[in-house]
Design a protein around this ligand. Structure first.
Ligand code: ARG
Ligand code: ZN
Length: 853
């Protein structure tokens, strides 16, 4: 990577800590303006680092009132980022550090370290938040046992581990498992629990609590149920048991990310905990299940085995995402889950990988680590694990994971450790495979076919485009799952995995009676862009006959994409075959409705822009918007009868259930509704809106109305009904920003920003509006540049308060390089204006500098 500035930290500079920590005793005297934190820390020399070394303790925005070593007071002058104790003052075989600092949680707007959310104390320490709580070697390779005492006038006082006593105004917690400081957590507040229990395979009884603000306890049942299923699944599939007597989850309204896996005390953004049929959509329920599982799975992949340094983030995140994907697939449908995961990967990660923010799955340098909690680390990190499993096979994967847990339990590890486990378990040389961790960019794979007298030859050529700091690339190992179908639709070659290792490689299939149709990259077996000249007929054939559900969906998807790309660039008309293919899919009652719903979803405007750019065109957001709307209308006209039929058929009677079956039926029904609304002026949608008894149906109806430029009355009704519910109001904001007509997007966004409920300091609300607008492709890229200015203004306003959120939302601009000169200039002007701003945070500065290149 290109050096991102003077303060960049490099993987190659890693040095082990000279001082290790055995035990930490913390006492918190809680107060909004002046919380006192007393620490007593037992240090010992790291035998692996010879020589005399100073002690470096990270610390930021702390007021130090006293410090001592083995009881001897020290007179230290803190630096802005920490404290240095000279080696001369440190007893050779170890010592006890004691200190007292004071902090002001009520003034902490960064939502990192100890902060307050509506009267509740809460922490977020990953990646480097603990240093805002007390002086400490705040790095993941320092693991210690924590004992915590909390004193405060609040009914619920929580920390990591097991309870170790409590009384009026105090509680103590003991965590027996050594952990890095980023897994520390504390919560204090007026909370109530929705409780349950779980007995582990070896008979340990675990108390489970979901802590929420009073009134919300009726919305926790699904989260608890998801937790119990996750605990059982990890025992059954990975042989991993829970290891404490309690497992606490807390929901908090002000939270920068999704959730956090603190040992025994997971803290969640409330949107990923709270759900009732009236307020949460099927998608919300699915997210809750997935994220509860994700954080729980971290107990082994992240907590028991953690990362040596932050460059290794994908070691825990890629693996844990992969595990939560497996879990969701087991709970629901693997085919549908795979399609959804690939959609996410393409929307977020391919976009990142193809722009100025591209970086390795394991980055090699950073300025601000919070900027690397990315789709590349998480989602591509998970794809890399999926490829590894495909290459070595399921049994060898299981054996390698067993070895990983056995060999590295209690350690802080690297990607090298991870790969060595697979090499030792399988006796394979994985040195080329490691390139997936060390080379950025999405590989492109071009396939050509040759048919000659019963032999099909497939030739693959791969190419990895240059990315910032990596102009030249080496060939990637690419597992290509492939099958062959005869013209009558029978499979003549069941799925095989071809292992590409060279820039160009050919594979021959002999003794074939007729020329088959190849189904390539089944299950999306590698995160690459497949380039193939394929006729409309062949795609329609695969859409009708492929035995691999992913590729069946992909055939329709790539057809829709090409049709839209043509319509947007040369105003051509869609081929009838496209509608016919969809008609037979829509009429096939053997298919899972959730699958059909996904097959009906047209590629997003963003996806078409990315595709056109990849084909050497300059995408025109307005033309893409028009083309997509037109295709959607023509499709509705062509399939009106079939859609109407399915709309009625897919009605889900009885009480609401978030399970995959009924959710899939609602997804298909709502897809039909959106299409039909273009023909009936919104009559059905209005009826569904007022008649709905669940949020999935109500929100889909509102969205269908907004898409046809109607729904003013319903928006107002929705507002009045839900103004007291924060999570539902986020939907109200984001939907309007996302679906505003392109030429009115800026004015709609300005009006929303002026609404009294636009609490911009709340990350969910900020994301709803600013993120919603950025997702409105044609609106955001309106040639006036109004939306660019609007978003830049808001980033500048948020940055002094919450740099992490501001930096994250700045990725709205990462695709500037795709567009025409006019838009490029407008976006770069905004980025330069941000860059030139006095006192910009390190977070946002790094992002803007990388985007400007
Ligand atoms: N480890 C958390 C997860 O489950 C994410 C925490 C990210 N926090 C941050 N400040 N960047 O994925
Ligand atoms: Zn995670």
């Amino acid at each position: 990577m290109k050096d991102a500035g003077p303060q960049a930290i490099h993987l190659s500079d890693y040095a082990p800590p000279p001082w290790l920590v055995e035990t930490v005793h913390l006492t918190f005297r809680l107060d909004p303006q002046s919380t006192r934190v007393l620490s007593r820390i037992r240090f010992r020399r790291n035998p692996a680092v010879p020589g005399d070394h100073d002690l470096w303790l990270d610390g930021e925005k702390l007021t130090l009132t006293r410090a001592a070593i083995d009881g001897q007071p020290l007179d230290l002058v803190p630096e802005s980022t920490g404290l240095r104790v000279p080696a001369a003052l440190l007893p050779a075989d170890g010592f006890e550090w004691t200190a007292e600092v004071s902090i002001a949680p009520a003034e902490n707007t960064t939502l990192m370290g100890l902060y307050m959310s509506k009267g509740m104390y809460c922490t977020q320490c990953e990646a480097e938040g603990f240093r805002k709580i007390t002086y400490y070697p705040d790095r993941p390779d320092v693991m210690a046992r924590f004992h915590v005492r909390i004193e405060g006038d609040l009914p619920v006082l929580l920390s990591n581990g097991n309870p170790a006593g409590s009384g009026d105004g105090w509680a103590e917690w003991e965590d027996p498992w050594p952990k890095p400081s980023y897994l520390f957590a504390l919560v204090a507040g007026d909370l109530v629990a929705h409780s349950g229990s779980f007995t582990t395979a070896s008979g340990r009884d675990v108390a489970l609590n979901i802590w929420v603000r009073p009134g919300d306890e009726t919305k926790c049942a699904y989260a608890l149920d998801s937790l119990i299923r996750s605990m059982r699944w990890d025992e059954e599939v990975y042989g991993r048991e829970y290891d404490l007597d309690v497992f606490n989850i807390v929901a908090v309204d002000d939270f920068n990310m999704g959730a956090m896996e603190n040992k025994g005390l997971n803290i969640f953004n409330s949107r990923y905990v709270l759900a009732s049929p009236e307020t949460a959509t099927d998608q919300d329920y699915e997210n809750i299940e997935r994220i509860i599982a994700h954080e729980y799975f971290h107990n082994w992949t992240g907590n028991r085995i953690t990362c040596r340094d932050w460059f290794q983030l994908c070691l825990k995140e890629g693996l844990t995402v992969y595990r939560d994907q497996q879990f969701s697939g087991d709970m629901r449908s693997h085919a549908v889950k795979r399609i959804e995961d690939v959609l996410t990967l393409r929307t977020r990660q391919f976009r990142e990988d193809g722009g100025p923010l591209a970086h390795n799955v394991r980055p090699e340098s950073y300025v601000e680590i919070n900027n690397f909690y990315t789709a590349t680390v998480y989602e591509k990190g998970a794809e890399v694990i999926g490829m590894l499993r495909r290459l070595v096979g399921a049994d060898a994967y299981d054996a390698a994971l067993r070895l990983y847990f056995e060999r590295h339990d209690g350690q802080a590890c690297t990607i090298e450790d991870w790969i060595a486990v697979f090499e030792d378990a399988t006796h394979r040389d994985l040195s080329q495979f490691k390139r997936w961790y060390t080379q950025a960019g999405t590989p492109r794979l071009r396939v050509s076919e040759d048919w000659d007298d019963g032999t099909l030859t497939l030739t693959f050529r791969q190419w990895v485009p240059p990315t910032p700091g990596q102009p030249l690339k080496e060939a990637m190992p690419i597992p290509v799952a492939l099958g062959l179908l005869a013209p009558d639709g029978t499979e003549v070659q069941p799925t095989v995995v071809l292992e590409l290792t060279d820039p160009e490689q050919s594979f021959r299939f002999e003794g074939l009676a007729e020329r088959p149709v190849p189904s390539i990259l089944r299950g999306f077996s590698a995160p690459v862009i497949l380039e193939r000249d394929q006729s409309v007929e062949e795609r329609a054939f695969l859409l009708a006959h492929d035995t691999d559900p992913f590729n069946r969906w992909e055939a329709g998807r790539s057809l829709a994409r090409d049709v839209l790309a043509d319509m947007a660039t040369n105003g051509s008309e869609p081929p009838q075959l496209f509608f016919d293919g969809l008609r037979s899919l829509l009429g096939d009652r053997t298919l899972d409705p959730a699958f059909v719903a996904l097959a009906l979803r047209l590629p997003s405007e963003e996806a078409i822009a990315e595709h056109l750019h990849g084909q050497g065109h300059t995408p025109d957001p307005a033309a893409i918007h028009t083309a997509r709307r037109r295709l959607s209308l023509l499709r509705a006209q062509d399939l009106a009868a079939d859609l109407g039929c399915r709309y009625h058929e897919m009605m889900v009677p009885g009480p609401y259930s978030p399970d995959a079956g009924p959710a899939g039926r609602r997804a298909l029904r709502n897809a039909a509704l959106a299409a039909l609304s273009q023909l009936d002026g919104g009559a059905r949608a209005a009826e569904q809106f007022y008649g709905a008894d669940n949020m999935t149906e109500q929100l889909a109806a509102l969205s269908a109305l907004l898409e046809i430029g109607a729904g003013e009355t319903e928006l107002a009704a929705f507002h009045d009904r839900w103004k007291g519910d924060r999570l539902v109001m986020d939907k109200w904001f984001s939907l309007q920003a996302m679906l505003a007509p392109p030429d009115r997007a800026a004015s709609v966004a300005r009006t929303l920003a002026g609404h009294p409920a636009f609490d911009w300091k709340n990350p969910n609300r900020f994301r709803a509006l600013i993120g919603g607008l950025a997702a409105n492709a044609a609106g955001f890229h309106d040639p006036s540049g109004d939306c660019y200015r609007f978003v830049a203004d808001w980033l500048l306003r948020l940055d002094p308060l919450n740099p992490q959120m501001a930096a994250r939302m700045s990725t709205a601009f990462e695709t500037w390089g795709r567009y025409d000169g006019g838009r490029q200039t407008l976006i770069r002007q905004e980025l330069s204006r941000i860059e030139a701003t006095e006192g910009l945070s390190r977070d946002l500065r790094e992002m803007v500098m990388r985007m400007l290149g």
